[in-house]
Design a protein around this ligand. Structure first.
Ligand code: FAD
Length: 414
């Protein structure tokens, strides 16, 4: 079959790879000059089934409410005259019960665990180098109450088969000696030994090149503007460079997917939630972290990536604005100074911000939508790199008429 994949972020590229493996003739269309140049560019790089918690939880309404009055660094919500944001927030609030949070977290976990197994297969098949780090991830707590809450919270993932070790401060620095400078600032942590990390942008571009060498066509610098339909089928994709025809279309347009979906009468519940990231050269190997980690009190993630450290933070409702200012990175710098002082060279930092394509419940939307030959791989949210290989395989299986390897209840548009 001739399949057109819209979007060359990590979701589009992994989808193209799985479809090409199944023997389809694949064309990928993206407005950027290369793959993974939007949300997939500067993320924290964590492959973290151990962080599959859905954001919509019983604690979330209080956090959202407080964020209206405090310019909090972790979550920022300012009221905007945007009906899409209001509607998304209402849908989010409806998912904030204990039971919905449990169900959605377990759905995400299942997809994330499956995705990690597909990632391993792909790495074995392709040998792609992407600054992979398989030392696990440290989830760090600054005080005893937050540590105890973190341990209790983790049970839901542990009971579903995710591995964790509970560590006091001495245990933390055994896993990553670079954190010894944080004595007195950290209480303890959890180590997810099977979690891992790597550079999503590097991986996606290497996979795109490999796909191209196997016959996948990448049509870059081409903006998708709409569709031509006939009856129950999408006949053509319309772009600023002309019509593209195929047998089937998969949409993987990140935070911009709802606009194009709307042109087909599909109401896709995805809204952008902005995040900030900074990439800093390692200043001193002995002082730099060796194991990726998340400061759970300040919600700052850091990931060693080769000779760099990537740090990310903040969930901000700012519409489609991707601007960033120096003060947006204050907490990130403070966390670096607290946890691994002297490890990162902030004088040579590169700053970036982009938009997580979030669904209000957490899991993505996969599979056929409205038209018999139109499929979604959308709404990967804050875990798109983690879930990408699994989502891609699920969509390829659905297109092939095969039953996916995991239960996708709650991830379809039905
Ligand atoms: C600060 C931050 C930290 C994160 N950390 C992690 C992490 O540690 N682990 C993890 O798993 N996930 C993380 N994420 C989430 C992850 O980055 C996203 O879920 C993932 O990148 C989404 O991929 P995507 O392909 O759906 O979107 P994108 O990468 O945005 O790709 C969409 C593509 O569609 C193209 N496009 C859009 N509109 C059009 C159009 N009209 N015509 C043509 N092309 C178009 C764009 O150019 C883009 O290439 C993080 C995100 C942020 C912002």
């Amino acid at each position: 079959m001739k399949v057109i994949v819209l979007g060359a972020g990590v979701i589009g590229v992994t989808t193209a790879y799985q479809l090409a493996k199944d023997g389809h003739e694949v064309t990928v269309i993206d407005r950027q000059p290369l793959a993974a140049n939007e949300t997939s560019f500067g993320n924290a790089g964590m492959i973290a089934p151990g962080h599959s918690y859905t954001w919509a939880s019983p604690r979330a309404p209080g956090i959202l409410w407080r964020s209206l009055f405090q310019r909090d660094q972790a979550l920022r919500l300012s009221l905007r005259a945007d009906w899409r944001m209001w509607r998304w927030c209402l849908q989010f609030l409806r998912n904030c019960t204990e039971e919905r949070a449990r169900v959605n977290t377990l759905r995400k976990l299942q997809l994330a665990q499956y995705a990690q197994s597909v990632l391993k297969e792909t790495v074995a098949e392709t040998g792609i180098e992407y600054d992979r780090n398989t030392n696990g991830i440290l989830y760090l707590y600054r005080d005893e109450p937050s540590f105890k809450a973190g341990v209790a919270h983790m049970k839901i993932l542990q009971d579903a088969g995710q591995e964790f070790r509970i560590l006091d401060f001495a245990g933390v620095i055994q896993i990553d000696p670079a954190l010894k400078a944080a004595r007195g600032k950290l209480f303890g942590g959890l180590h997810g030994p099977t979690d891992e990390s790597g550079d999503c942008h590097k991986f996606s571009n290497a996979l795109a090149q490999l796909c191209a060498s196997r016959g996948v066509t990448f049509q870059y610098e081409t903006t998708v503007t709409g569709f031509e339909t006939e009856g129950d089928a999408v006949r053509a994709v319309l772009t600023d460079k002309g019509r593209v025809t195929g047998d089937l279309v998969v949409m993987a347009l990140g935070s911009y997917a709802p606009f194009l979906a709307a042109k087909l009468g599909i109401d896709l519940p995805v809204y952008p939630v902005k995040g900030y990231s900074v990439t800093v050269p390692i200043a001193d190997r002995d002082l730099a972290p060796r194991v990726p980690g998340i400061d759970e009190n300040f919600l700052v993630a850091y990931t060693p990536m080769g000779d760099r450290i990537r740090m990310t933070a903040t969930a901000e409702f700012a519409g489609y604005d991707t601007a960033h200012r120096p003060e947006d990175y204050r907490t990130i710098k403070q966390v670096a100074e607290n946890l691994f002082p002297g490890g990162a060279d902030f004088a040579r930092a590169s700053y970036w911000a982009w938009l997580r394509p979030m669904t209000p419940d957490g899991p993505p939307r996969l599979g056929r939508a409205r038209y018999r030959n139109f499929y979604l791989n959308a709404g990967a949210g804050h875990m798109g790199w983690t879930m990408s290989h699994g989502s891609a395989r699920v969509v390829a299986d659905l297109i092939a008429g095969r039953k996916p390897a995991i239960d996708i209840t709650g991830m379809t548009m039905a």
